[in-house]
Structures are given as C-alpha cells and as structure tokens.
Design a protein around this ligand. Structure first.
Ligand code: ZN
Length: 200
C-alpha cells in the first residue's frame, strides 16, 4: 500500500512514491518538500546522539570559565553556576537554566538513543510512539544557544574587569549545540514511523 500524505503547506493529499535512493518529494501543487529521504539516517543520527552524550559529559564535568583577578582564580562549572543563581535568591531562574541547558538536552539524547539503538539492531523499542512524541515535545525547551549568547555577552562585559579563561566545558558545550542541530537534521521521522508500522 502506498502512503498518502497531506502537504504541510497547502493540505493537498497525494500519494508518496516509494523511494529507494536518497532524495526529496515535492508537493505537486505548491512545490513544498513533502518528504526527504536521507542517507543512512538511523546510523547518522545514532552516531551524532552518542557524540552528543560524550560532549554533554565533558560540558558538565570540566570547568566552564575561569576568572582571574590579580592573584585570585575562580572556576565555574555549568552546575555550580546554576547553584550560584539559586544561592543568590533566583530559584526560578536557576530552575529554568537547569531545565533548558541540562535536563532537556539530556532527555532528548537519551530518548533518541532509546529509539535508535534498538532500530539499528533491527528491534522495535517498546512504546516508540510515546517516546518519539516526547522528543518532539522537548524540542522547543532546549535553549542551549540562548544560554551561549548570554555567556558571550557576560564574558565581553567582564573582560574589562578580570582575565577570563575559557574551559574545556565551554568548547564542549559549543560543539554540543552544533551536534544536536545536526542530530535533528539527520533524523528521518517518516522512516521511524514506517519502522513502527511494519513492526510485525
Ligand atoms: Zn502543497
């Protein structure tokens, strides 16, 4: 049975041709991209997820920034920064930072791993639809790039007062933003649903 698909832009229902090679299918009426078949989508997304988890580990275990003021050196990590916000009487803000820069990206990567690793091993994970929908729901709550802009602004402002030394975690965090973007871009949602549909 051929899959019917509604165009995201103009709502025209049309048949999706079977694709064996990577490429795109366009809407016959408005030209919008209906489906994009990506090369080795599962393998690529899985390897980017694993790379992301390694970078996440580095970003959370090494110093983020070090401030040098005369003989004093103060190092901060992502988590001590969040604790500091809490200690300075900003519990709501510390919770938001914890959610958007630590918990949500971690939940995204773990969920992707839960889906992709079994699929790679030709198995279907239990509860795939719920987990996959959860991944999509998390997307708007991952705001690492917003946090990064905030860091850059404060670094520029503080640079006049103290010497600022970027740490391993800062570079890992920066790389993680790109890896997570690549992870989303290489994911082929149609393929995941197809696997679920043909699970028996
Ligand atoms: Zn259309």
């Amino acid at each position: 049975m051929q899959t019917l698909i509604a165009c995201h832009d103009c709502d025209l229902i049309q048949r999706l041709p079977r694709m064996s090679e990577p490429g795109t299918v366009q809407c016959t009426r408005c030209g919008a991209v209906l489906h994009q078949k990506k090369r080795n989508s599962i393998e690529r997304t899985l390897s980017l997820t694993l790379a992301g988890l390694v970078l996440f580990g580095l970003a959370n275990s090494f110093p983020f920034l070090a401030f040098k003021l005369e003989a004093q050196v103060r190092q901060t990590t992502l988590l001590t920064g969040i604790q500091e916000l809490y200690a300075q009487g900003m519990p709501e803000l510390s919770l938001i930072v914890l959610l958007t820069t630590v918990l949500v990206p971690l939940a995204q990567m773990i969920s992707m791993l839960y889906i992709l690793l079994p699929l790679k091993l030709k198995k279907i994970p239990i509860g795939l639809p719920a987990v996959f929908r959860f991944v999509h729901k998390l997307q708007p709550w991952s705001m690492m790039e917003v946090f990064m802009v905030g860091i850059l602004v404060s670094v520029v402002k503080l640079a006049k007062m103290a010497k600022i030394v970027p740490g391993v975690a800062l570079f890992s965090f920066l790389a993680l933003i790109f890896v997570l973007a690549a992870m989303s871009a290489s994911l082929d949602s149609h393929l995941i649903w197809e696997k679920w549909e043909n699970r028996r």
